[in-house]
Design a protein around this ligand. Structure first.
Ligand code: NAD
Length: 330
């Protein structure tokens, strides 16, 4: 990697060395590309459990390492070599709801290792992405505020991601944890959008839950999260448009982007009794402290995601939901 021109950020140094865990994933690859575009140096560690090799392309300021964040020796050597000023921690295990041990290994142990190595390396900023499932599947308020009790019950993914957030707090590192509901956009392989796309192009019927969810477009998310790498904020934040949307609206936008007007009528299914009618995160603290607001409309965001799916295809989609639950929502 060669050094690059200075970029002024509020942490007070020029071009930054940023270690991204899960840099070949959906959020990690977009984040990495934005850092590289402005001249920062990036080291990504990814084991491709859910990330795609074509998500992140070669770049003179990018070092890609294949391996697991749960490997203490590998992480120690990477942190000692690269001495990241910023860590952007996106790697997570979630694709098998019954793989508790792997969730603990990656989400809890991997995060604990990342925190300890970041402390040792003198990392100035630690950026984390937490799931809104930390508030439980049936949150007690709508919109959900940052004061909502933490209740990650019912999901190994949520329990392990929440333990990880606690370790980050415990570490004493200067951190920002962004709690998210559903991000979508190019390279997104989880949630309803890629499933709708796959079924619609095969002319299959879609199943839609009569619920409302909080969807954030990837570029808006990264606009906000990049500010954290540059020193904005401290602690926990929501990234959200501030508005929820019916799943059927996402389905209709997918049809429109695909220019399909003769699709089979979707099967609208009653919500599972365990499902919240709406999940909506209150972004007011983020908007105030980050001077940020989501700006991409649904039609534009879905069209960009569909354009990606058409160009690169979808081999696989992932979900943290159990198969039984998943059948009801997609
Ligand atoms: N996408 C969303 O809607 C959403 C919502 C809430 C929270 N999050 C959180 O955001 C983060 C990124 O999510 P995403 O949607 O980009 O998922 P993703 O699956 O696209 O990215 C995760 C990346 O981590 C990699 N990875 C998994 N296990 C690893 C390991 N042991 N070592 C190294 N790399 C490993 C995967 O291969 C993948 O590239 C995750 O921590 C997730 O919990 C995402």
């Amino acid at each position: 990697m060669k050094s690059c021109h200075a970029f002024q950020n509020t942490l007070g140094y020029g071009a930054m060395r940023v270690l991204i865990t899960g840099g070949s994933g959906f959020i990690g690859s977009h984040y990495a590309e934005r850092l590289l575009a402005r001249g920062d140096e990036v080291l990504s560690i990814d084991n491709f459990a859910t990330g795609r090799r074509d998500n992140l392309r070669e770049h003179e300021n990018l070092l890609m390492v294949e391996g697991s964040i749960a490997s203490f020796e590998l992480m120690q050597s990477l942190f000692r070599y690269f001495k990241p000023e910023v860590v952007v921690h996106t790697a997570a295990s979630y694709k098998d709801p019954d793989a508790w041990v792997n969730d603990v290994e990656v989400n809890v142990k991997g995060t604990a290792i990342a925190c300890q190595m970041a402390k040792e390396a003198g990392t100035k900023r630690f950026v984390y992405f937490q799931t809104a499932l930390c508030y439980g599947v049936k949150p007690l308020e709508n919109p959900i505020t940052l004061d909502h009790p933490i209740l990650p019950e019912g999901s190994s993914y949520a329990i392990s991601k929440t333990a990880a957030e606690q370790y980050i707090r415990l570490s004493g590192l200067d951190y920002v944890s962004f709690r998210l509901a559903n991000a979508y956009g190019p390279r997104n392989l989880s949630g309803p959008l890629p499933t709708f796309y796959k079924r619609l192009i095969q002319r299959q019927e879609c199943f839609i839950s009569d619920s409302r969810r909080d969807f954030i477009f990837i570029d808006d998310l990264v606009d906000c999260a990049l500010k954290a790498a540059d020193g904005a904020g401290h602690g926990v934040y929501h990234i959200s448009t501030g508005g929820d949307m019916a799943i059927i609206e996402l389905y209709d936008a997918t049809l429109k982007a695909l220019r399909i007007n003769d699709a089979k009528k979707p099967d609208i299914r009653a919500r599972n009794p365990d499902d919240a009618p709406s999940i909506l995160l209150d972004p007011s603290r983020t908007e105030q402290e980050f001077g940020w607001k989501a700006r991409t409309g649904l039609a534009e965001g879905v069209a960009k995601a569909v354009e990606y799916y058409q160009k690169f295809g979808i081999d696989q989609t992932y979900t943290h939901l159990s198969a039984q639950h998943d059948k009801k929502v997609a």
